[in-house]
Design a protein around this ligand. Sequence first.
Ligand SMILES: *[C@@H]1O[C@H](CO)[C@@H](O)[C@H](O)[C@H]1NC(C)=O
Length: 222
Amino acid sequence: MASLANSSVHLLLLVVVLAAAGDAVTFTIVNKCGYTVWPAALPSGDGNQLDPGQSWAVYVPAGTKGARVWGRTGCGFISGGSLGQCQTGDCGGTLRCAAVGAPPVTVAEFSLGQASKDDYFDISLVDGFNAPMAIVPAPAGGRRCPRGGPRCAAEITLQCPGELRAKAGCSNPCRGNSTCGPTKDTEFFKKLCPETVTYARDGQGTTFTCPAGTDYQIVFCP
Ligand SMILES: *[C@@H]1O[C@H](CO)[C@@H](O)[C@H](O)[C@H]1NC(C)=O
């Protein structure tokens, strides 16, 4: 009798574990750049080192609003689990991050739905640009995303106007200014990466949707 009770407890635990796994979305972060990228993800704050060709899976609970993924570039070496300062995207010289890293930085933004709701996602250049990026959805169960995903494949840093040039990146003059609209400078970002958010209220063709439960690849240098 006791062992029967035990096995139903185990069965119950198994069901709980499976349900929890089913409620997590997988972000597979892939580095196709010819250089090392140190990605980080919020809200977990997890970070990693990705050499060229490497990938890393991050699990995010369904329903998470304000999930962010970005890459740091030009970082110092990791020793004993600690990371040196990074030229872009740095969050205090540590592998783990409590907040989005220092600009200029390309940021993937997600608002994940639950059950029959949709996910919303975009690539934001409001904090500037430091690495080309694409979000590639992998919808489950044969469902379709109404519009695939955004990509910003151009190496903007090389073409950045002189006054916006930053170490290993390109700054956005609209950063931190919610009233800043399309300007000559944000048009530069728009021209090279039309599917990205280039100022705070930039809605035109920048927000993408997929059914909740979709997994995503976030590709650096697609
Ligand atoms: C914010 O943007 C507006 C419109 O472009 C501009 O007039 C204003 O000076 C900006 N404010 C700051 C603090 O940069």
